[in-house]
Design a protein. Structure first.
Length: 378
């Protein structure tokens, strides 16, 4: 089975390899999710109190310096909630990260209920628009060769039915735009001056061509990259309530639409194996993810971590948990991938926390070993 990899997605924005360096805004989070222990997924330096973003990036860059040549770094605000805290303070931390040598952009992990309008405005204006994927290999030749022609990227490209730009013919642009708006929930389709067949219709509706030049000139600017990684975790309200996420599925759905509607690339994070969920639920998650304008998806298996509320629940009632074996989890991942819209890139599909922090299940597998198991389901 083929799926879009994260490196393929990133190659659409950068002409060379980029590597994430995890940092923390060190401003905590408003959540009390039963499964969470930040120490299990954050490098020790990022949780060292008082360490500045620059110092964290230095520590992370030193750690990755022996891993081959790179084009740049993405500062990854991974720990806790990367948009929690006073907006001006957050922006100063993001800007500090952007000043670090070779940092080409940010990845910010956060909750769907922690995005205020001021911050969204900053994201929208300061960073690349999600459609500015001008290195995308699928379009690159056209971009290089056909600058005199026109290019239409309707929202259908990111909508539930995922019509790729290549398949949008001039004669069907209007219909595609109308349909895209109905499935994607946007107020308008965007039109880009750029590359498209010469027979572009003269009578293309005025209102669609309004942001034409602004979008195109932005497309040619060198703004930093941004991906917002939203913790969705489940699309079932009963599960979200049980793990005390503090928000429901509708909140995640609205946040994804709001971000994408502002042109901000957005990824989702899901946990597979939460109590009470099974294969039918994973399938539902995949369908719901595919119906939204997501750019990336990150999956990980449920792990019961030390020091969490879930550890207490598990020790008191182990029978309430059906923890997945590697094979069952691989089956679930393959099910999700089959259902997932093909342009959504899979960021990661397994999580490896330090074994000293994991209560159960103890797989003892490296990501590559899990990938070999997953291959059997393809
Ligand atoms: S998973 Fe929940 S508790 Fe953990 S950092 Fe995110 S919001 Fe906070």
């Amino acid at each position: 089975m083929k799926y879009r990899t994260m490196s393929d997605y990133l190659s659409g924005f950068f002409p060379g390899k980029v590597r994430k360096i995890a940092v923390s805004a060190q401003m905590g989070c408003p959540g009390c999710c039963t499964y969470c222990n930040n120490a299990a997924f954050s490098p020790a330096y990022s949780l060292t109190p008082g360490l500045s973003v620059t110092e964290q990036l230095e520590a992370g860059a030193a750690f990755t310096s022996n891993k081959g040549s790179i084009y740049g770094y993405l500062a990854y605000f991974q720990s806790y909630t990367g948009t929690y805290g006073p907006t001006s303070k957050l922006i100063s931390l993001y800007e500090e990260a952007l000043r670090f040598p070779l940092v080409k952009g940010l990845v910010i992990a956060t909750r769907p209920d922690c995005l205020d309008n001021e911050l969204l405005d900053y994201f929208q204006n300061r960073f690349q628009n999600r459609f500015q994927n001008r290195f995308d290999n699928r379009f690159r030749n056209r971009f290089d060769n056909c600058l005199d022609n026109r290019f239409v990227l309707s929202n259908a490209h990111q909508g539930a039915e995922s019509v790729r730009a290549e398949s949008v013919r001039a004669e069907s642009v209007r219909a595609e735009s109308v349909r895209a708006n109905s499935v994607g929930g946007y107020s308008a389709s965007r039109v880009y001056d750029g590359f498209f067949p010469e027979d572009f219709p003269e009578d293309f509706p005025e209102d669609f061509s309004e942001d034409f030049s602004e979008d195109f000139s932005e497309c040619l600017s060198e703004k930093p990259f941004l991906l917002i990684e939203l913790g969705v975790e489940s699309t079932l309200d009963r599960t979200l309530a049980a793990v005390r996420r503090g928000h429901d599925w509708e909140c995640s759905r609205r946040a994804i639409l709001e971000l994408a509607g502002r042109g901000i690339p957005v990824g989702a994070h899901l946990i597979v194996g939460l109590p009470g969920e099974g294969m039918d639920d994973y399938l539902l998650h995949a369908r719901r993810m595919s119906g939204l304008p997501l750019s990336t998806l990150k999956l990980h298996q449920l792990q019961i971590l030390k020091g969490t509320r879930m550890e207490e629940q598990y020790r008191a009632h182990p029978e309430a948990f059906s923890l997945l074996t590697p094979e069952k989890y691989a089956e679930a991942v393959s099910l999700i991938l089959r259902e997932l819209r093909p342009d959504i890139a899979l960021d990661r599909f397994v999580s490896v926390s330090p074994s000293s922090m994991v209560v159960a299940p103890s797989w003892g597998l490296k990501p590559a070993e899990f990938a070999a198991i997953l291959e059997r389901f393809f």
